[in-house]
Design a protein around this ligand. Structure first.
Ligand code: ZN
Length: 245
């Protein structure tokens, strides 16, 4: 099975379209989203509609939960908080219901998917290191799992010959998951990358070959920044897109 995994779209329609085009070109059979479809960007309804149309498996991110009123925005920065309020006002009841119904974790035939962690997904903690990732690697229901949330691609591997040791990989263009006992992969962010590369990040997973590739797709950043400014969202949310921060 060929999976296309994307996440942290954050209502960035141009970036989402660019990634879906890549999926079509690569012959992806099933789309997975690691959450945060909405929040920050100015096209939340359009992004929800596109993922629904494609029959994607989608889990709930913290911005999705905040936008439906399920999660307190106490710990959000002021820009994120403003975006949550804007998003809530610009989503229809049907979209809110769809976001509310999303699961925190989804298990598919060849992999599982969550937003932050697998051991306590409702807390939306960040996995930034092998120490952060170990409790998730211990509780994962599949050998290969995908998360998002940090907006920075990352791969944590436990190899068959040394399954108690977790190694961290940032150079992750091709990941040989067939060689690993367990693999936890952060696929980066489609709509607001924070690793100094402004291009949309996503992953391809071929379950037969046992390979994952993390790739980038360029998109029309200026167009999306203009959409954010026109919506009256905080200027910084438009400016940061071209910086990849
Ligand atoms: Zn996010």
């Amino acid at each position: 099975m060929k999976y296309g995994i994307l996440g942290d779209v954050h209502a960035n329609l141009s970036a989402l379209r660019a990634v879906l085009e890549r999926f079509d070109r690569e012959g992806v059979e099933h789309i997975i989203s690691v959450g945060d479809v909405v929040g920050y960007g100015a096209a939340p309804a359009e992004c929800v509609a596109l993922l629904r149309e494609r029959g994607a498996t989608v889990v709930k991110g913290n911005h999705d939960a905040a936008s439906t009123g399920e999660l307190e925005v106490l710990y959000f920065n002021p820009y994120a908080r403003a975006a949550v309020a804007w998003t809530r006002a610009n989503l229809g009841g049907d979209e809110i219901d769809w976001l509310k119904a999303l699961p925190l974790v989804a298990e598919l035939e060849h992999c599982c998917v969550g937003h932050g962690t697998f051991h306590r997904p409702e807390l939306f903690d960040y996995i930034l290191s092998s120490t952060d990732g170990d409790p998730s690697l211990d509780t994962m229901e599949r050998a290969v799992c995908f998360v998002g949330h940090t907006h920075v691609p990352l791969a944590l591997l436990r190899l068959h010959e040394d399954p108690l040791r977790t190694s961290t990989h940032f150079d992750h263009e091709e990941i040989d998951v067939g060689q690993a006992h367990r693999t936890l992969i952060n696929v980066g962010s489609v709509g607001q990358p924070r690793d100094d590369d402004p291009r949309a990040a996503y992953a391809l997973f071929d379950s037969e070959l046992g390979r994952v590739w993390i790739q980038r797709a360029a998109y029309d950043i200026e167009r999306e920044a203009a959409r954010i400014r026109a919506a009256g969202l905080p200027e910084v949310l438009a400016d940061r897109l071209s910086l990849g921060v």
